[in-house]
Ligand binder design. Structure first.
Ligand SMILES: [Zn+2]
Length: 251
């Protein structure tokens, strides 16, 4: 009788102990178990082997969060106070025109000097007319153009203050002697303009506002406006004949 009375007590004690052990395991491991089956983590786990394989066979993907890949357009502004802290004057620039606005971000200025030097070696003079423009100056320009052509027409070629790519210090308006350093669409058909179209990507630049892509960029064709995005991105954008908006999936 004594033995029979003790057995259920022992079983109960073992049962309670096991319950404690298992619940302990559950609370300790539950967070990890849930992570493994969660949607996001499952995707990460699934893509790891694929990514490793890709690294071995393909060039590394471009980091689209790069500071040189920021998007500035009619719906992506920079704000009133944005000004890059590393602006530098470029070497190849048109003298006497907007001289205080002929700076680009350090990396971009250096890339532009390389581009202009290479063009020069091949017999083409390409110079910067306008680079970084602060908010206040863009405001002056925009208001002048709206006064002259009206808001709708002006906005096909001029950005509202805060929404100009020129405020990023990543883009440049360039031109050549064949069009008297003017910014005209005919520049695209000049020897220098054609050289620029074919070679800008080798120095990390793209022709930002393409013909036929006006509905995506929001601007008319501008063969003179080049934007620095870095060599890898520029090559891909050039080869695919796409806009920065399409490249970044922001269409
Ligand atoms: Zn421009």
């Amino acid at each position: 009788m004594v033995k029979n009375r003790k057995k259920p007590t022992l079983r109960l004690a073992v049962a309670i102990l096991m319950l404690l052990v298992f619940s302990g395991f559950y609370f300790l491991l539950a967070p990890y178990v849930h992570q493994d089956v969660g949607e996001g983590d499952t995707q990460v786990n699934a893509t790891v082997p694929a990514t490793e394989a890709a690294i071995q066979t393909q060039p590394p993907a471009v980091d689209k969060s790069s500071e040189y890949l920021i998007l500035v357009n009619k719906s992506h502004g920079l704000g009133k106070d944005y000004e890059p802290g590393d602006l530098k004057k470029v070497k190849y620039k048109v003298s006497s025109r907007e001289s205080e606005y002929q700076k680009l971000r350090k990396t971009v200025a250096s890339a532009f000097n390389d581009l202009a030097k290479a063009a020069d070696k091949q017999g083409h003079t390409i110079k910067l007319t306008s680079g970084f423009r602060p908010y206040a100056y863009q405001k002056v320009l925009y208001e002048k153009y709206v006064g002259k052509d009206g808001k709708y027409a002006a906005e096909q070629y001029s950005a509202k203050p805060g929404y100009s790519e020129h405020q990023s210090g990543l883009c440049a308006d360039v031109s050549s002697p064949s069009v008297n350093y003017n910014l005209v669409q005919a520049y695209g058909n000049t020897d220098e303009g054609e050289w620029l179209t074919k070679n800008a990507h080798k120095y990390g630049f793209i022709i930002r506002y393409l013909k036929g892509k006006e509905d995506i960029t929001g601007y008319e064709y501008e063969p003179w406006h080049i934007r620095y995005v870095g060599k890898d991105a520029a090559k891909e954008i050039y080869e695919q004949k796409i806009t920065l908006e399409e490249y970044l999936g922001e269409v």
